[in-house]
Design a protein around this ligand. Sequence first.
Ligand code: PLP
Length: 386
Amino acid sequence: MKLYLDHAATSPILDESLRVMVDAYREAYANPSSAHSFGSDVERRGKQAKKNILKHLAGKPKNLIMTSGGTEANNQMIYSQSVKSSGKAACFLTSSIEHKSVLQPLEHWTPKESVHLLKVGRTGQISLEHLDEILEKEGKRLTFVSLMHVNNETGIIQPLQKAVEIIRHKSPEAFIHVDGVQAFGKIEVQDLIRSIDAYSISAHKLRGPRGLGALWIKNPDKLNPLLHGGDQEYGKRSGTQNSPALLGFEKSVIKAYENLHENHQKRLAIRETIIEEIKSSIRDTMVIEVKDQQVPGILLIAFEGVKSEVLLHSLETEGIYVSSGSACAARKDEISHVLKAMEIPLEWAEGVLRISFDETMTTEQILYLVEKLTEHVQKIRKWVKR
Ligand code: PLP
């Protein structure tokens, strides 16, 4: 059996979205910037696709700047706010559990001393007390905030409504960006959108095409381009637009939100069954979660006395594909920065698996996963004891 349980790394494209893209590549292939009517038709259809995506965000097509993915959206946002691009002195705030596509550009474009790193509690949620403390000192000087909506390793939803309230109160001038790559299409984001300035999304995390994402921005005048050239995307992101992929993305977003509640409930039931079955078959396990603040499709579970890389590769021999943390950190033999920030004890952190799935996972697949997990965890624990 082939069992792909790494949806948080990337999700398989929906058949319907793929069909829409194939048709568009065949029939609607004109460049949307071309002066002829074939080009204008493609441009018009692209705008309509943006409008349909924006039904779950806010604003008009000019508020949604298409990029090559979440990484580029985050990079552009951070670059745009850096001293190099904006000419303004920078005083930034982010958290210690952000995705590398936020942390690394910050490191690259901003002096270390102008970035404040918000701590997280053991629960994996940003500390609002620490936020208060930082803003007490830096309140008026703070220029830019970048925080994630849902963490990609734990699936834990961050308390952003409260954080934004505090920031707006103490740092009214600060620009607030949210990395919504793991949230969009999994939860409603419109309430949050109303109170922030920018939001990054990515198509391949919600069963859309690879290599397409977007930056939603309330006031596009505040965004500077990272790529210069033909002035596409309202001059904010040059490069011939991938119109067929945009139509695929539109379809995936429509589908994700059409069935949001139903899919959430199905994923929750699958999650609960997996946890129950694992707990009844394998001793010394720990689920890392915040029960009512969790996207159910990401399950982070630790097995004491087991190295996650060893377990990951043993499961691979059974056709089961999971992750030992985030895909970016997974190839490096080290504890992820998220688990470190959460102060998960080493003996647990070393044995963490991320199992990420969607609502299509069947009972037969759950039972196969748990059977193989039990077998391999026991085998590895025996080897380690010897
Ligand atoms: N932000 C988060 C929270 C992510 O999980 C990811 C991808 O794993 C990204 C950003 C980067 O997105 P993309 O793969 O579309 O570049």
